[in-house]
Design a protein around this ligand. Sequence first.
Ligand code: NAD
Length: 477
Amino acid sequence: MTYPAPRMLIGGVWCAGETGRTQAVVNPATEEVIGQVPLAAPGDLDRAVEAAVAGFAAWRATPVAARTAILRAAADLVTARADRIARVMTLEQGKPLAEARGEALRVADALRWDADDARRAYGRIIPSAGDTLLSVRHEPIGPVAAFTPWNFPAGSPMRKIAAALSAGCSIVIKASEETPGTAVELARCFQDAGVPDGALNLVFGEPAEVSAHLIASPATRLVAFTGSIPVGRLLAAAAGAAMKPSLMELGGHAPVIVCADADPVKAARRAAFAKFVNAGQVCTSPSRFLVHESLVAEFTAEFVRAAEAVVVGDGLEEGVTMGPLANERRLKAMEEFVSDAVSRGAAVLTGGHRLDRAGYFFAPTVLAGVPADARILLEEPFGPIAPIIPFDDLDEALAIANSLPYGLAAYGFTRSAATAERLVTGFEAGILSINHCGGSVHEAPSGGVKSSGYGKEGGPEGLEGYLITKRVSHLLE
Ligand code: NAD
């Protein structure tokens, strides 16, 4: 299959943009240019917002059961086209085909969940004086401006599109210019399922230009972003200046605490598996491994074994379990993290370098003896590097875990229910897993605390951000 030419979807029409400006799309496994993504001009963005206003009017007027049926049909199309979507995703982002296919199937399921949940967006009647009827009702907030990154080319856009459309909103989404093809494939499923023109608009462009334009536009009512903390701060500030609510799904630097009573081999295997999924480019990826000193030798040996068993290669090849990094920036960032740590005295136990071949491949890496001021322990790594740090006191480990501004995910391993509870209450994070490093499940809310952002995706909480609440007091005469 060749890579399909990406287009923007504005008001139900697939288009190339007014100016014809484009940006190259690169296959990270080969460094070859596989396509050109169109970049929106201000006029394109204005048309997208106008379309979203018209699309909102049509979509919110569609009865909720009909909306759910259309969205479920779109989910079925995503499922039916999962192989194609997965190939596009692997070509543009690099992840192994099986991982890409799993992502496509998961987003279809997430869409079904949100679509069904919209039917339960209940209001309530409140007991009040006999002559008034006091009620609370929920309504869609309006056209949404959304911005998503490249690490989950299906997952990130779908979480925003599914929540917005399920709630009855329209949306203008700027998916990543580095992984546009997957977003195009998803948008086609919605269009083919019968979502009205303008309810879903997909644009690409120069990110700062597009976000400034869409956030300032009076017609957009909500800003939803997934990406880095610095960009999140910019967009949240712009949304605040325009007095619009925002949902911010930002980065993390997830600690893993392996307590003295844990099984070090099981903990190492589970943590290493999670570390190298998507080449570590996951906001909830475990990234600081705090291991009780009595277990550190066994844990480290097993972790290194697991790292060396990872099969790195082109995600289209059979048997590959980790693809390249998604872009050259991440490769450079990994090289800098390792050289900084080594210059401060850390030891590279395995990996630590790019692979000697075309493509942005970096070897699964384990570091020991990393000092507390090394950059890898302070900044989100977003790549396949695992620093292992021994501790002797659980309070001290929790203090290290909570010492950064991040608060997205945290993981603990222990056989004691009491210690597990100490971890759950002690971790400053929005997503916790005990004795595993499981991925997100759409029926439960995901989201961070502290600088990792605010707002939730998934669970009944996921729709809340896309709804407004009206209090209605009706004097009965
Ligand atoms: P970046 O911080 O420049 O970009 C992150 C994302 O934000 C990209 O998708 C980009 O297109 C978008 N973006 C950038 N400026 C924007 C703007 N002004 N308006 C709207 N969107 C904008 O850098 P990057 O190299 O793409 O990623 C670097 C870091 O971002 C990673 O190390 C990681 O920490 C973080 N990140 C987090 C997630 C996540 O899921 N939370 C996803 C991707 C990247």
